[in-house]
Structures are given as C-alpha cells and as structure tokens.
Ligand binder design. Structure first.
Ligand SMILES: [Mg+2]
Length: 203
C-alpha cells in the first residue's frame, strides 16, 4: 500500500491511541540524564532495568523516577496541532486515549499543564501501573476491549520505537510522528508524519 492509501485508511479509523511525552507534548524527560542519575547502563530501557534489581535497590530509584516525572509535568507544552487534531477526532465521534510508560498521575498532571486534559476521559488514560508498559501491547488491548473495538478500528500514534512495536504487536495501524525528521523509526511504522497538520489536510 502506498503512503497515500495508508493515510486514507488511517483517517477512516475511529479509535486513536496516543503516546504522550514527545508525541502530544514536547519532550521534557531527558532519558540519558535519568539513566545516569539512576545508574541504568547504556541504552537499557529504564523500567525494565529497574525491574531486574532487588526490591530494596529498586524502590528508592523508582521513587526518584517518580519525582523526576512529577517535576517534568509542569514544564510540558502541547505540540503544534495536537489540540486541533484531538478536537477533529472527537468531532467525528472517535475515541481517543493515551498509553504511557509514565505513571497515571504524571499523565494527568501533564494533560492539565498542557490544556489537553479536556480531550480525554480518565478511563481512557493508561499508565505503567494499569497495564504492562509498551512495547508490550497490553495497554492498547485494554483500551480496545474497553471501547469494544477491534485492532482494525485503531491507530497507535507515537514518537518512539516502543510505541510502534506495541502498536504492531496489538495489530493496529502505526503512525510515527517524526518531529525532528530523522526517519529513525520509519521502518517500524505503517506511516511517518512530520506534523499533525498532515493528518488534517484534504480530509
Ligand atoms: Mg514518547
């Protein structure tokens, strides 16, 4: 399928699941700095690394991670076009939800700080304690089940490989928002966009 027909297919779908940090908002979490501070080696995923540690070692590090996430929420700002896209989707009766590797409390704080909270119902927000975190598809499957939807109805929108791998594992269409135009994860997505406006034009 060409990019044009994939875009047409994606636009017809009515269940939209978004990553939050870096996708709907400008990224505020500096993962390299967090890895350094928490002693996570190399490029290892932070949550998965902490899960390998004994509880007495992991617990203060998880508490520190919570503090870092909480502090970051207040600085979050929405990406250009995010509110307009969510308005348009809700306007045509779509479901919208978020699956994040952050805690639900941080997701809610970030949405409040960015003005995007009005677009989401609380049950449609999934943090790392509500389901096994991405790249596991559990969070996406949780929303699809709650919505009575099938993977063919849904789109996963994200800026990182975990989002796209979770989407593919759940069998939904995957949309990579490549804000920096690096094409880094394009091969893992059905469609790569550089702005939300590209979804809005020619509808
Ligand atoms: Mg992200």
């Amino acid at each position: 399928m060409g990019a044009r027909s994939i875009l047409d297919d994606v636009r017809r779908r009515c269940c939209w699941i978004f990553d939050l940090d870096g996708t709907l908002t400008h990224p505020v979490l500096d993962f390299e700095a967090i890895r350094r501070e928490l002693g996570v080696p190399g490029h290892a995923p932070i949550l998965e690394h902490l899960a390998t540690l004994p509880a007495d070692e992991a617990s203060p590090l998880l508490a520190r991670l919570d503090d870092i996430e909480t502090a970051a929420c207040a600085q979050a700002t929405a990406r250009p076009g995010a509110a307009a896209l969510l308005d348009a989707l809700l306007g045509r009766g779509c479901r919208v939800g978020i699956v994040s590797r952050n805690r639900l409390a941080s997701v809610r704080r970030t949405l409040a700080a960015t003005g995007l909270a009005v677009h989401f119902r609380t049950p449609d927000l999934v943090g790392r304690d509500e389901a096994i975190p991405k790249p596991d598809p559990a969070g996406l499957q949780l929303l699809l089940a709650a919505w009575g939807a099938t993977p063919g109805d849904a789109v996963m929108v994200g800026d990182f490989v975990h989002d796209l791998d979770a989407g593919r594992a759940a069998g939904v269409a995957t949309l990579y928002v490549d804000w920096e135009r690096t094409a880094r994860w394009s091969a893992r997505a059905d469609l790569t966009l550089e702005s939300f406006e590209q979804l809005m034009t020619d509808v």
